[in-house]
Design a protein around this ligand. Structure first.
Ligand code: SF4
Length: 387
């Protein structure tokens, strides 16, 4: 079935507040009938509240509107995020006074309030869903769109996948990268050659293993699969293979499926704000220059459809090359701009494809612009001389 994704463009026809993104969020909330759906519900609003001095997270103006809509509808809202991001979030404007509801660490102050779910995937057997999330009866999943070093892109999937699990499970999701073997020391025992492999990576992605000097360790986050190391490594000693990179995305889809399984299907909505899109996640604790222009605000009931709509709308944006940090490089390859920046094996579409296979939604969507406008033709210019 075709899913509807409601969309507000960042473009304006007039210099008028009702054509800006917060006003278009109101229109999206109306289309989603959020107020009608939350009466007497305990509503968990999942945000990424950022860290340290990052300021590109979702501005309180947007959050307050969602909170107010939930209250207007008779729901009881509260905001959650992981404990180390909630600690100090008042310095970024996330307070009860500003937002209109409390902000809680999703698994409690010590990250010890959770529910266990058994499901085997590579190195993970038990997934620990944050207690404040599972105890809610309705979820509003509101994601800020940005790049991500593990999977190219952070959207509505990642906001749930990592943000609704305790730290231990988040760590295991990241460790899925290492489950399939990629270093074969029997094919390269010469320490001098190993050093050359380490030195070949301009991003410091390959290091000697801390515990065993005969082992190399790959940090998957800074690796953009440029292949420089493979030119130095003896044949068969090092694999830069899709399986290691894709596992993070598959684990994110599974994690999302587990969390969503704790809600009735009609009791979750997804919102995404594609503004100030930075190269890496809001966890980094700072805000750099945007690498893509703003693409607007999205909302829908189908997580796969919303993620796909965001990616399709951002797919044709040019990377703002001058805004990319010097420690990263954009590759001249086919694909989404986030894959150009983080490498072809970090294809941002992967997570939603895994999610679709798990039955979380459909890539078949209809984009509904909540405030379309047409540029009116104007007469030719006639400039009056200032002299
Ligand atoms: S593929 Fe490129 S970025 Fe990745 S480890 Fe090798 S040299 Fe570094």
């Amino acid at each position: 079935m075709t899913a509807k994704v409601f969309y507000g463009s960042p473009h304006q026809a007039r210099l008028s507040a009702d054509e800006t993104l917060p006003a278009k969020l109101d229109l999206i909330l109306n289309e989603l009938h959020l107020r009608d759906r939350v009466k007497d519900e305990l509503v968990c609003l999942k945000l990424h509240v950022g860290n340290n001095i990052g300021y590109s997270v979702i501005h309180p103006v947007f959050v307050r509107k969602v909170v107010q809509a939930i209250k207007d509808g008779g729901g009881k809202p509260f905001i959650v995020d992981v404990d180390w991001d909630v600690a100090g979030c008042e310095t970024r404007g996330y307070t009860n006074e500003v937002l209109g509801c409390p902000v809680f660490p999703a698994a409690g102050l010590k990250d010890t309030f959770y529910y266990e779910h058994e499901r085997e995937y590579k190195n993970i057997k038990t997934w620990k869903v944050a207690g404040m999330v599972q105890d809610a009866s309705f979820m509003v999943n509101f994601a800020h769109i940005k790049g991500h070093p593990s999977c190219g892109f952070g959207g509505v999937f990642k906001n749930i996948a990592l943000g609704c699990m305790v730290g231990e499970t988040r760590g295991k999701i990241h460790d899925t990268n290492h489950f399939d073997k990629y270093w074969f020391k029997e094919k390269c025992s010469d320490q001098a050659v190993m050093q050359k492999i380490v030195d070949s990576c301009p991003f410091g992605a390959i290091v000697f293993d801390k515990k065993d000097p005969n082992e190399l360790h790959l940090h998957f986050e800074p690796c953009n699969q440029c292949g420089r190391c493979l030119k130095v490594a003896p044949a068969g000693s090092l694999k830069i293979a899709p399986v290691n990179f894709h596992s993070f995305q598959e684990a994110c889809a599974i994690s999302t499926a587990i969390t969503l399984s704790t809600f009735a299907k009609e009791k979750v909505v997804h919102l995404a704000l594609a503004t100030h899109q930075t190269p890496v996640c809001d966890c980094f604790g700072f805000t750099g220059m945007p690498i893509l222009n703003d693409e607007g605000i999205f909302g829908g009931d189908d997580i796969v459809a919303v993620e796909k709509a965001v990616l399709d709308k951002t797919a044709n944006l040019p990377l703002l090359l001058e805004n990319i940090p010097d420690c990263m490089e954009a590759q001249d390859i086919e694909g989404h701009p986030y894959a150009k920046l983080h490498g072809p094996y970090k294809d941002p579409y992967l997570v939603l494809r895994y999610g679709e296979k798990l039955g979380l939604g459909s890539q078949d969507y209809e984009l509904v612009n909540v405030l379309p406008y047409e540029r009116k033709p104007t007469a030719g210019t006639y400039y009056i001389s200032a002299k």
